[in-house]
Design a protein around this ligand. Structure first.
Ligand SMILES: [Zn+2]
Length: 325
């Protein structure tokens, strides 16, 4: 098999140990199971390679999070609490270790991209991360996997210019916090307009940095927006900003809750949009970043749509990354 043909999934059955005890909550362990079932049954099955992640060392969590939050997180979990701060952030006894494993998977993913075959690397992890702030959990997120991966990539592999591209339906406030003052990292987010959507950040005015530097590009979409609006943004201002910035690597905050069947947003994306996203992201990775791209799962709560959308995304990404030069 052509090495570029491999699709690497960094995932673990241990992510199911973040089990919120059957209470009604959309961020369930079955999310990863249905992704895995869909991929195993589909056309990509012969290309899949699974890698078991290792927990992130505390020094990497501290590249974004405060020590006081890490202590509080661990202590509250071990004391048997059922949520931290808000009912959204439900926890069980295993949650701290599982969140550390998700952050570790993101770090392992960076090493796999750097040392790997050139095929797609997808971290199928939970809990998600892009809402997590340095000192608090938010919106089902406890540790910011994408930010930790970016800091690891810079420090361990000396790739300084990074772009984090977030297509989750919601704005990644925690990623913005990390990079809004940082001209070496560009955060691009396409999301439902904050006037209508959690967490209420990510207005178009919250955009900074020049053509050839990092900073922020926020692209809010009105409720009801679908494939056409996303493609217009990708082929317009997103492509233009990436061409100016020329990142050395891309980290994708891959959330699938903009799907029209997913009631966590008012967006109207089709499954096919995720294949087009994969194709464009693969193209940018090849054009600007030597093919270096790491995708990390964020949201996506309507299980059949989540599974089909991940498959479509990987199909698109793979079709471009596996092309011969
Ligand atoms: Zn989301």
């Amino acid at each position: 098999m052509n090495a570029n043909a491999t699709i690497t999934l960094v995932t673990s059955s241990r992510f199911g140990d973040h089990d919120i005890r059957g209470e009604e909550h959309p961020e369930v362990a079955a999310r990863l199971q249905c992704i895995s079932d869909q991929l195993q049954a589909g056309n990509l099955a012969p290309l899949l390679r699974y890698v078991e992640p290792t927990e992130a060392g505390r020094q990497w969590l501290l590249t974004f999070h405060n020590d006081s939050w890490l202590f509080r997180f661990e202590e509250e979990v071990l004391s048997g609490r059922s949520f931290i701060g808000h009912q959204d952030n439900q926890v069980c006894y295993e949650t701290f270790a599982v969140a550390q494993l998700a952050a570790g998977a993101a770090i392992n993913g960076v090493d796999l991209v750097e040392g790997g075959s050139g095929g797609p690397v997808f971290c199928a992890v939970r809990p998600p991360g892009h809402h997590a702030e340095p000192n608090l959990p938010l919106g089902f997120c406890f540790l910011n996997n994408c930010v930790i991966a970016a800091r690891y990539w810079q420090k361990q592999h000396n790739r300084r210019r990074l772009c984090v591209l977030d297509f989750d339906a919601h704005h990644g406030n925690g990623i913005q916090t990390a990079f809004e003052e940082d001209r070496e990292v560009l955060y691009i987010s396409i999301h439902e307009h904050p006037s209508f959507s959690f967490p209420g950040t990510g207005f178009a005015e919250e955009t900074c940095g020049g053509r050839d530097e990092g900073g922020l590009l926020n692209v809010p979409l009105q409720p009801g927006a679908g494939d056409e609006q996303v493609i217009a943004a990708l082929d317009g201002k997103v492509a233009e900003r990436l061409a100016g910035f020329r990142p050395e690597a891309l980290i994708i905050a891959a959330g699938f809750d903009g799907h029209r069947e997913d009631d966590m947003s008012g967006l109207n994306y089709s499954t096919a949009l995720y294949q087009m996203l994969g194709e464009r992201i693969g193209g940018w990775a090849r054009e600007h970043a030597g093919g270096r791209v790491l995708s990390i799962l964020e949201g996506g709560y309507h299980l059949p749509s989540l599974a089909a959308s991940v498959e479509a995304y990987l199909t698109g990404l793979h079709s471009v990354l596996a092309e011969k030069n």
